[in-house]
Design a binder for this molecule. Structure first.
Ligand code: SAH
Length: 393
């Protein structure tokens, strides 16, 4: 087997079980391993450290499959897949039929995402290594879940860093009739697996949407960045008095309207606005509009720490405006899914927003990504979604 020999002293992160090796840590590469193939990671003194996939084009040059001296073969992947799936079934009940089954590094399978939408699996390979094993992984997923259909959504930008092309389409089984209807905490949602964001739906927000349902009774709600109506539908199901839902994507709003009808919820309590949240919040401020509950679930402003400062301004802007639009006793449910902004910084940004808005507020709850998006203790980068429920005094 080919080997990557690290520079002296660069084995430390591997000894702490962080799964990535950057190009700068590598002294030299023995032989010429193919992209995605398995290599041994050796210390400068040629001690075995881990077995990893090789990404010759990426700055993240290797990602660890295992820290044990064991074969990386079909049976290895079967064990990893089974272990990931078993964890999920320990955590979930039958009120939802859709969840993330495999979350990449968090499940010891770098670069591999597998989501289950009712009876359809959606697979995304983000790295040369996970792409290399794709056919075997697909066979194993069918064997171990008993399902028949796997759809591929390997169309994320990060694949380019690995020298991989974008791929979307059916891998096994019949092309599913789209949109497919899933169930989440006993509400139904239509999901477009082919062109929806990520693999189609923001599964990571499941329990936070339920929390909004619990809090929405009799409230005038503003759902910003509503996408296909995840929070909107929950607010209506929870007995909201009215819900205004805003998104810049016309396609997302079409599905959001369908999702209200699908659950027999009152369309007359719901208003959709296609537009820019930054502008709309200003307009509402100028019109002296006010709400009992505002949800802010924007897209990633800062994928990495480098963009954190600009992102921080964006978060502060929308949160400041939202605080101004909240009635006394009103609730702000605010999120960041930027990997580059940690929970401490996010809280500081929200504190600054309240201060500048001239309101008193307190945090009453911290929110996280769902348990089907677990975080490997040795790979904190897997934690990205953070949310706060703030109560305006
Ligand atoms: N809350 C949603 C997920 C939101 S994803 C859920 O639970 O399903 C972020 C959404 O923000 C996307 O739908 C995207 O179309 C929208 N978006 C991005 N920038 C925007 C902007 N400036 N104004 C309004 N919507 C925006």
């Amino acid at each position: 087997m080919s080997a990557l020999i690290l520079n002296a002293g660069r084995e430390k992160s591997l000894l702490r079980h962080h799964p990535w090796i950057f190009s700068g840590a590598i002294h030299h590469v023995d032989e010429d391993p193919a992209s995605g193939s398995t290599v041994d990671l050796l210390s400068f003194n040629k001690q075995f450290l881990a077995r990893a996939s090789y990404s010759p084009q990426s700055q993240i040059r290797a990602r660890v499959w295992t820290f044990e001296d064991e074969p990386v073969d079909k049976e290895f992947f079967r064990r990893k897949i089974l272990s990931a799936i078993e964890t999920r079934y320990l955590l979930f009940d039958s009120s939802s039929d859709s969840l993330r089954l495999i979350y990449a590094e968090s499940d010891g399978l770098p670069g591999l995402i597998v989501d289950r939408y009712c009876d359809v699996l959606v697979l995304q390979t983000l790295t040369a290594g996970s792409d290399y094993w794709k056919e075997i992984i697909v066979d194993l997923l069918l064997e171990e879940t008993g399902l028949e259909t796997i759809y591929e959504r390997s169309d994320a930008d990060v694949r380019e860093l690995e020298g991989l092309e974008q791929k979307v389409g059916i891998l096994r089984g019949a092309d599913p009739q789209l949109p497919i209807t899933i169930s989440e905490h006993n509400l139904k949602f239509n999901v477009n697996l082919q062109s929806g964001h990520k693999t189609g739906f923001y599964l990571d927000q499941r329990k936070n949407r339920l929390r909004v349902r619990e809090l929405a009774k009799d409230k005038d709600v503003l759902d910003c960045f509503c996408y296909t109506g995840g929070f909107t539908v929950n607010a209506l199901a929870g007995g909201a008095k009215s819900v205004i839902s805003v998104d810049s994507s016309a396609d997302a709003l079409i599905l959001a309207k369908e999702n209200i009808a699908l659950n027999d919820l009152p369309a007359n309590k719901s208003t959709f606005i296609e537009g820019d949240v930054f502008q709309l919040l200003r307009k509402f401020r100028d019109e002296n509009r006010s709400f009992d509950m505002i949800i802010l679930d924007p897209p990633k402003f800062a994928p990495t720490a480098v963009q954190a400062e600009r992102a921080a301004r964006g978060y502060k802007d929308i949160n400041l405006l939202a605080f101004k639009l909240l009635r006394a006793g009103g609730i702000l449910v605010t999120f960041s899914c930027s990997g580059g902004i940690d929970a401490g910084l996010f809280q500081k940004i929200i504190a600054g927003a309240a201060l500048d808005a001239g309101v008193e507020a307190q945090i009453v709850e911290h929110l996280l990504q769902g348990a089907d998006h677990p975080v490997n203790l040795h790979f904190p980068e897997g934690a990205y979604l953070k949310g706060l429920i703030c109560l305006r005094k």
